[in-house]
Design a protein around this ligand. Structure first.
Ligand SMILES: [Zn+2]
Length: 125
């Protein structure tokens, strides 16, 4: 049975994790990456996660506001886009349709950054 590393996204054998890494779901190799790099990956995952939720809450919005000020340019950009999307349509349902009507620029930004993948399959488009 392998173990999932949330940084490299791979399923790796147990011996590739140390005690602490096991708990944090970070493999030994990824633990050696610079902290800023690991943080950026985690935060970007977090932003994708918000867009996957059925609704982006006020609390999520506060967090996105924080992330929008990240020193990492990609993290900051993703957070800004997610925040702007949530302002237009916090609920996931019909989000893309509403964006296409009201904010085609944001829809384009979702496509460009790959954030649109968080939206999932087309049923609610
Ligand atoms: Zn890893």
């Amino acid at each position: 049975m392998g173990h999932y590393c949330r940084i490299c996204g791979r399923s790796r054998p147990n011996e590739k994790f140390s005690g602490k890494g096991h708990r944090n779901h970070v493999c030994k190799k990824c633990q050696q990456r610079p902290k800023a790099e690991r943080e950026a990956i985690e935060q970007q995952d977090e932003i994708f996660g918000y867009l996957k939720q059925s609704n982006i809450s006020d609390r999520n919005m506060k967090r996105l506001q924080e992330l929008a000020e990240s020193e990492n340019p990609r993290t900051g950009r993703l957070a800004q886009i997610a925040r702007d999307v949530a302002i237009v349509k916090s609920h996931k349902r019909r989000r893309l349709k509403v964006l296409a009507e009201k904010r085609p620029d944001l829809l384009a930004a979702l496509e460009e950054t790959g954030l649109i993948l968080a939206q999932g399959g087309g049923v609610d488009f």
